[in-house]
Design a protein around this ligand. Structure first.
Ligand code: SF4
Ligand code: SF4
Length: 385
């Protein structure tokens, strides 16, 4: 086992001092094998169709070696390079959300018996031990928000809870933030603070691996680690500082509820609505959005039906349909709802902003609408990129 190291407040970082060691690059596959051997389905980043997606990985060759991702409003481009790095990209369209809160799932089924009575049967979650490799700080912050909503709210979601209980997280500190990232201004990144089992800091020759939980410490003991050198610690500290300094986008901090509500009739809502397609891409890629709709799918013979939950979006017409009326009938109402909830009323519900600064909604918006630019235009600030 290697020596301990830590980053002090003086480094500008406050990761907890943890047991650590150095994993040589050529031994990275040992980590995946260790996780699989411990009974986990191992999911990690893969370069597919021009994006980084999370899917099953079996050895290190599956991971996106040398892949870099360039983003801008409405633009994502990936490039394969010779850089000896597996995690030189910031994020892909998925976060943890689809793994825990499925885009579609059955909640219950009902069947009519021969006596005409109805029998309701809850559907069980298809949960299994799952290890996710490559999680970023912003996604850990988003996970905490989703936990608040699904586990600690008035109605606990048993499907989410079953999957969450079996989730193991191998986080990676960002070394190459995207141009759309602004997690430094929301306070959620680019370095992971907590909520992980293992944390990796990537260098050309390998990884400093730190444990953040009891499960992480057990795994650490099974890895072929060598001692961390002082020069590697220094390199990681300077990489962390650079990753933070490279972020140029920003969003005003704090609860914006009063400021946004005071601008409910601001002309900017019409301006952004002129560009917005109400496609809902921003809410689908957002790691904190949790809206859903439920519907019954009846059997043709009338003997039963299946009750299904699907992701919904505040940009869909049906989402604000109440008693024969679509309450938010125009795109400006829907964009206003999204922004004021995310940056304003979320504080009243969950005690913090609903934005963790991942920048996905900016990059994956087909017309390049930029949440930072919009909020800064509304508030009259000069925070936009
Ligand atoms: S609002 Fe946009 S930047 Fe903020 S967490 Fe959601 S997708 Fe990421
Ligand atoms: S802001 Fe962009 S991604 Fe979101 S609904 Fe409008 S066009 Fe689609």
């Amino acid at each position: 086992m290697a020596a301990c190291y830590g980053f002090s407040q003086a480094d500008g970082q406050d990761n907890p001092v943890a047991e650590t060691g150095f994993l040589m690059r050529q031994r990275f596959g040992d980590l995946l094998a260790l996780l699989a051997g411990a009974g986990y389905r191992v999911v990690g980043p893969v370069h597919r169709d021009g994006a980084i997606v999370y899917t099953d990985v079996h050895d290190a060759a599956d991971l996106p070696s040398g892949v870099m991702v360039e983003t801008a409003p409405g633009r994502v481009r990936s490039t394969e390079t010779q850089l000896p790095r597996l995690f030189a990209w910031a994020n892909g369209p998925q976060a943890l959300k689809p793994l825990l809160f499925r885009s579609e799932e059955t909640l219950w089924r009902v069947q009519r018996g021969d006596d005409g009575g109805l029998a309701f049967r809850p559907a069980s979650a298809d949960a299994q031990p799952l290890a996710l490799v490559g999680v970023r700080a912003c996604d850990l912050a988003a996970l905490q928000l989703q936990d608040q909503h699904f586990l600690h709210g008035a109605y606990r979601d048993e499907h989410y809870a079953a999957r969450r209980a079996q989730l193991l997280l191998v986080a990676v500190n960002c070394t190459h933030p995207a141009a759309t990232c602004f997690c430094a201004t929301t306070g959620d990144g680019p370095q992971a603070q907590d909520g992980f089992d293992l944390l990796l800091d990537e260098l050309d020759e390998g990884f400093i691996v730190a444990a953040g939980s009891g499960r992480g410490r057990e795994l650490l003991a099974g890895l072929p680690l060598v001692p961390v050198r002082e020069d590697q610690v220094r390199k990681v500290a300077s990489t962390r500082q650079r990753a933070r300094a490279e972020q140029t986008r920003s969003i005003p901090a704090g609860d914006l509820y009063d400021e946004l509500m005071a601008r409910r009739e601001h002309p900017r809502w019409n301006e952004v609505a002129g560009r917005c397609l109400s496609c809902g891409n921003c809410t689908q890629v957002c790691p904190t959005c949790f809206c859903s709709r439920e519907q019954d799918q009846a059997q043709l013979d009338g003997r039963g039906s299946t009750h299904v939950r699907q992701w919904d979006s505040c940009f869909s017409e049906g989402h604000s349909y109440i008693h024969g009326l679509v309450v938010r009938g125009e795109p400006r109402h829907r964009y206003r709802q999204w922004l004021t909830h995310k940056l304003g009323s979320w504080h009243r519900q969950y005690g913090r902003s609903g934005c963790v600064g991942c920048g996905r909604c900016i990059a994956w918006c087909p017309v390049g609408i930029d949440i930072c630019a919009e909020v800064n235009a509304l508030l009259g600030g000069a925070h936009g990129a």
